[in-house]
Ligand binder design. Structure first.
Ligand code: FES
Ligand code: MG
Length: 574
């Protein structure tokens, strides 16, 4: 293998130099049970594993790390597994979004402080993907991402179920009195029937596809089902690949360019992917020194149609997408908007990576002349209610509501909303606009996925299935409805959303990309003068650091001290 000599490896500073320190590190590696000839002079590959007993989306990654290590050994590297924080979308409260930046910090600092030459990043459940890539981008070593892979399709009686999406749907049916306890118990068995990430085009599949489009996975990795033997082969291939990347010194900064991020944006929009990708890609790009903005999303959305017929926006599930050709086939539909001459971890150009990729099912991966929607899945809104922007996944909305004026019903926080939403005294009609305050990055805290506000029970029973809902929250990638999200600045820090009162008319006009509070400026100025900021949520601990450092949704919700450029030296660089 050509490339860098052992002396040029970063780990050489730990193992190969004269003196006490290297002597001690070698002695401690003997303590780990390795002979000198097993590791000395070899690239040290950190396998960062987000496996945990609590995380059903990553529960197979403990085994899968063995396949990664197999690949690393085969290629002449020295693999060392590092368990890192697990971000379980299902279990971690108030939301794993609160902890995305903590995993990013952990990733960056582990890679910096240990004798690591390159990294394999194992994750996939929603925030794990951006967290691992943000940290690795800041550390700027060679790295390969191994997506956890989607779980098997859900089943119930004679129906195929999508995780998340069908959970919301059947819960609404439950609230409407359409299904009982026995059906619910069966659904609990059938909704999620294997390890792996949600098998709809939710946040997990959107972000792992973004990682593949960025070029940081081996080709085709992002849709391999978690429990397919192909997943083990993909993991082993990733392990082999990272050793080559270290030898070539192909650092992440060579891969994660503006062109790569623009291609990832085009990909998630053409997938009809999760709105969460907007925040995460902006944050990830920031770590790569790329100033990606909301306007980039809106601009690119107008150039790509939605071509993935996958739930929640379409009909199929991730396994169907995989067998239809997966992301390489999907990207062949977008070659006119992609930057084909940029490198990926798998090939010297994206063009080369896509050569030979074929779509096997044109109903799942649609041709350009038969799209699911004519424009990318996310629109960026502006107006006096969201001066720094807001987003809406308009393809998941009832088309009749995309231009709508209605009176606000304001809920100051999620608990109040939960307690009162079914109260007939509120007199909520299908024309009302449900407004949730206090659910942003600082107020939520962590921008919980409260953005798909539940509809009042009496309207559900009348058959109403969508209403205009607006908030500074996020929404699960598997959710749907006319939900305006990520309003910036958030209400907790005094954004205009804080000034809305029940009865105020609000106008949403997606075609015009506007969201307006129809209240005179003078009246809003009076309300602002009377507004007092809510108390800080945390007085100590990680939450307090989070409150001090978190940035708003339009800039990616990174920590200010992590997002800014500046010196952060390698331990041996002095
Ligand atoms: Fe983990 Fe959906 S809950 S990917
Ligand atoms: Mg999710």
């Amino acid at each position: 293998m050509t490339g860098r000599s052992p002396e040029q490896l970063r780990s050489h500073q730990w193992y190969g130099t004269e003196g006490l320190r290297s002597f001690s590190h070698r002695a401690r590696t003997r303590q780990l049970g390795y002979l000198p000839e097993e590791h000395l002079g070899k690239p040290v590959i950190a396998v960062l594993n987000t496996w945990s007993d609590i995380n059903p989306c990553h529960v197979h990654l403990r085994d899968r790390a063995q396949a990664v290590k197999r690949g690393v050994w085969q290629a002449g590297g020295f693999p060392l597994e590092f368990p890192v924080s697990t971000l379980s979308e299902t279990f971690q409260k108030p939301t794993p979004m609160l902890y995305r930046n903590l995993l990013a910090m952990e990733t960056e600092e582990l890679l910096r402080s240990y004798p690591v030459d390159g990294a394999v990043l194992m994750g996939g459940c929603d925030k794990s993907t951006p967290a691992l890539l943000m940290g690795a981008a800041s550390a700027d070593l060679p790295a390969v991402f191994v997506p956890a892979g989607p779980m098997l399709p859900g089943h119930w009686r004679n129906e195929v179920l999508g995780s998340g999406t069908d959970m919301w749907k059947y819960w609404d049916d439950r609230r409407a009195g359409l299904i009982g306890d026995a059906e619910l118990a069966e659904l609990e068995n059938g909704l999620a029937r294997s390890p792996g990430t949600c098998m709809t085009m939710g946040t997990a599949s959107t972000l792992t596809a973004a990682a593949e489009a960025l070029g940081v996975t081996v080709p085709g990795a992002s849709s391999v089902p978690a429990v397919d033997s192909g997943h083990e082969r993909m993991a082993a291939a990733s392990g082999r690949r990272i050793v080559d990347l270290v030898r070539q010194d192909l650092k992440l900064s060579r891969i994660l360019t503006r062109e790569a991020y623009e291609d990832a944006v085009a990909t998630v929009l053409a997938l009809g992917g999760s709105t969460n990708a907007v925040i995460h890609l902006i944050a990830m790009a920031g770590r790569s020194g790329v100033a990606l903005t909301l306007d980039d999303f809106d601009r690119i959305a107008r150039t790509v149609p939605v071509l993935a017929n996958v739930r929640p926006g379409g009909r199929y599930l991730m396994e169907d997408f995989h067998f239809a050709g997966g992301l390489p086939a999907f990207l062949t539909r977008l070659t006119d908007v992609l930057h084909l001459d940029r490198p990926t971890v798998g090939h010297s150009t994206l063009r080369e990576q896509l050569a030979g990729a074929l779509v096997h099912n044109p109903d799942v991966i649609r041709p350009r002349d038969n799209p699911l929607a004519g424009e990318g899945g996310v629109a960026v809104l502006r107006g006096n209610l969201c001066p720094d922007g807001a987003v809406i996944k308009h393809i998941a909305a009832d088309p009749r509501l995309l231009k709508h004026t209605g009176p606000a019903v304001v809920f100051p926080d999620y608990r109040t909303m939960q307690r009162t939403i079914d109260d007939p005294a509120l007199g909520i009609t299908a024309d009302h606009v449900l407004v949730l305050q206090g659910a942003g990055p600082r107020g939520g805290p962590g921008m919980p996925e409260y953005g798909m506000l539940p509809l009042p029970g009496h309207l559900l029973r009348q058959g109403v299935r969508d209403m205009v809902r607006i908030s500074d929250a996020r929404m699960s990638g598997t959710s749907y409805g006319t939900c305006v999200l990520h309003i910036a600045p958030e209400s907790h820090i005094g954004g205009p959303l804080a000034l809305v009162r029940s009865g105020d008319p609000i106008t949403l006009d997606v075609a015009a990309r506007t969201l307006r509070l129809e209240v005179p400026d003078a009246e809003l100025a009076e309300r602002r003068a009377a507004w007092t900021p809510p108390p800080e949520r945390y007085e100590r601990g990680y939450g307090a650091l989070y409150g001090e450092q978190i940035t708003q949704a339009d800039t990616g919700c990174d920590f200010a001290f992590l997002a800014r450029p500046g010196r952060n030296p390698d331990p041996y660089a002095g």
